[in-house]
Structure formats: structure tokens, C-alpha cells
Design a binder for this molecule. Sequence first.
Ligand code: ADQ
Length: 463
Amino acid sequence: MARKSRKLVVVSNRGPYRHEATRGHERWVRAAGGLVTALDPVLQKRGGVWVSAKPAKDFDSVTVPAPHLAYDLGHVSLKRAEQRGFYEGISNAVVWPLLHGFEPTIQVGEAPWSSYVNANQEFADTTLSTSGASDLIWVQDYHLMLVPGMLRAKRPKARIGWFCHIPWPPPDTFGILPWREEILEGLLGADILGFHLPEYAEHFRQCVERFTPYRVSRGAVQHRGRKVKTIAAPIGIPVDDLQALAIDPDVGQEVERIRQTMGNRQLILGVDRLDYTKGIPERLAAFERLLRREKIARTRYALIQVMVPSRTDVKAYADLKEEIDRMVGDINGRYADTGRVPIHYLYRNLSQRALFAHYRAADVALVTPLRDGMNLVAHEYAAARTDEDGVLVLSEFAGAAKHLKGAILVNPYDVESTTNAIHRALTMKSSEKRKRMRSMRGEVMRLDVHRWADGYLAALEGR
Ligand code: ADQ
């Protein structure tokens, strides 16, 4: 079968696992975040190689049992200074905010662009030495936008894909980047460029038309005698595995424990990487308004906010952490009674089991990013609710909103209407909840991550 014979080589900045062995004590950790959630099950199923940066000791991670890895790990070693410039300086302080449309947050000029170029070259070199001419190479995300071009220069006939896990903005925003032409040129080294939504792909093509001499027609760019296709490929989650986890009896016991601990109040849940794109302060403000407005809210409702520490070395993230700490303290100080606080705030990773127990225990999930490529927490919540209970309040600015029509959609900048949406979710009739959840679950199954990968890789192989 031609399909199985081509080895898959995934290339991303952050890899899936790190193994530690200190004084006879072994520990495996798995990286937190959407990219690993999505791609690990794909590689576990297909096999192949995952090339990534050698993980730093302090990366955002969850301790996991030793995995049975069905694929190989390849590592790129970057010098500390180069890693800082490339990862913190350019990728996270400039490219991430800009592609999310947060222009005022970008900090151009603090790190040299050469660190991004050099790091991308290291990734390209390791990929070339780890792969063969007929392998499928699938580069991931905004850290590695020059890698497709660097691979193409050495291997003109290779099949190279790139996938964008975050939004792609219109040309007026993208055009702010001082290195816009180089980035587009780098990406156009690929055969297939994938985006979550048609509108992100459309924005990308508009950027090509504005900032390069290449012609765009019918979803493809004519690049130096080759055709580069742009496609919308909305990502999903490994639905079968996660549904099995959701109905595991241990998870069921944990659900009971959470409910009892929370005094059988109705539970509202937020789960995020700590990031300013996720709209956490706005969400806290909406919950505060509910507490202020409805006297009974204090005794009846509780918010559990779980946040994974993320990018703690970038200033904007440290500032946000302080702001959230202060808000949670203020709200709890004002509305708590002895033995009962309105916001339970966990600043750490949960194991997948604990996370799914929280999804099952939550009457309402709040997924209210200010901008998000897709958002897999929304998918996970629906997958966990095999009981067809629970309501999702979802930002219209998450890619997931284009798919999960059973959610209550909100504009997270509009605090008042978010408060109303939370209230509506908490008081919704069971029959309406069931109807909405059923529709979302159908869509989450349709967007299963294995289908996503099969569809993308079929396009990459030209099938
Ligand atoms: P992220 O910004 O990381 O991903 P998201 O898609 O929501 O966002 O994925 C987060 C993942 O981390 C989920 O699988 C969630 O379960 C996990 N997680 C979050 N908080 C956790 C906690 N406290 N403990 C344990 N696990 C936790 C990027 C883009 C998204 C896009 C994905 C995939 O920003 O828009 O959906 O890539 O393409």
C-alpha cells in the first residue's frame, strides 16, 4: 500500500514527551497545549518520526505514565541564547500576538531576527538528516515558517506540508511584520499550506497577493513553477479515546468527589493555557457581574478556573498572571463566605483523567478566548459529555464557533452579554441542553483528529 510506505516526519518546535532520569527515579512528562494533544495520537497510529527542539527542563507539561511510543523522537539542540531569541523573542513576543491580531502587544526589535532564521535552519538540517527523499514532511505552526523553503532548497522534489494552528490575519495586520516577505517566501516552499478555517486561508492568499509577485488562482499560489495549495482543514481531537476516558469508572468517582467538595453548587469551568488571547480577565469580570447581580449566585454557583502555566519568561504573560491573581483575590474577598468561595483557581496542569472529571462535573464550560485558531477545550468538553448534559458558552472569535453551533455564542469583549449567556446556560432546560449538546457532539465526531490527519496527508501525497 503506497499510503503506508511513505514515512511521516512531523516537525514542530515543541515535542510531545520528555524523559527524565535522576538518581534512579524515572519520570515522563508530556507537553501541554493543543498541538501535542492533536498530533501525538496521529503519530501513535501511523508511526514515523517527530522532530522537535530538545525540551527545556521547565517546559509546560503534565507528568504521565511511561508512554508506549509507536514513533521515533528526533531532537534539535539550540544554544540557549538562540533559543531565547527565536522562541521567546520572535515567536512568542512578535509572531504569536500579531497573527492573533494583538498589534499593540508585539515587541519588535528586542530579539534579533537572525535567531529565528538560524533556529529554523537548525530544524531544517535535522529534518533533512532524519528523513529520506520519499518521506512526507509535515512542518507545524508559526515558529517554523522558514523551514519549508529551507527544505525545498535542498530537496526540490520532496512533499512538504505546513499547518497553521493559530489564526492568519488580514494583510493590514500581517503587513506590520518587518519580515513579511521572507516569511511568505519560506512558507511557499511547501506543497500544501493548511489552516483551520477558510477565512484564515483566504487572508493568507490576500497576503501573498499584496506582498509577493506570485499569482494566486483557485486556492493555489503559482510559485517558481510549482503549485502551492492552500486548504482549510479544521483540526479535532481523538474522539474515541477521549470518550472512553470520560466514561471510565475512576473518572466517575472523581466527578462525585468534585461535586461534593464544591457543596453541590452548579459548576462553571474554564480550562486554558495562561495566555492573553484566552480572555480570562474578561471571563472573571463576567462571573463577578453575575455574583453582583444575582443574590442567590453566591450560594448556588461556583467557577473553577484551571490554568496551565505558559511562557512564563515573556513579560506579557507574567503581567497577565498578576492581573488574574489580583482579580481572583478581589472577587473571592468580596463574595466568599466562611467555607465557601466563588472561584476555585488552580494554577497547574491536570492529568487527562482529572481534566475529564472536571468536564463531566461542570454544568457549564466557559471557552471565551478573544481570538483562537480553533480551541480544543471546546471539543473536549463536548466529547466528555456522553450524557448529553452540560452547556458550552463559546466565544464567536474561536475557530470552534464556526463548527459548534450548539454552543451559546458570545462576544467576550461584551462583559454584560457574557454574564447573560452564563446565566442562560445555568438555567437552561434539560431538553434544550440535550439538543444543543447532541448537535455539538456530532460535529466533534466529524472533526476527529484522525480524519483531519488522513485528509491533510492525502492532499499532501496528491491523492
Ligand atoms: P492552544 O492555544 O494550546 O493550541 P487549545 O486548542 O485549547 O489551545 O488546546 C489546549 C490543550 O491543552 C487542550 O488539549 C487542553 O486539554 C490542554 N490543557 C489546557 N489546560 C490544561 C490544564 N490545566 N491541565 C491539563 N491540560 C490542559 C493551539 C491553538 C488552538 C488550536 C490548537 C490545535 O492556539 O487554537 O486549537 O493549537 O491546533
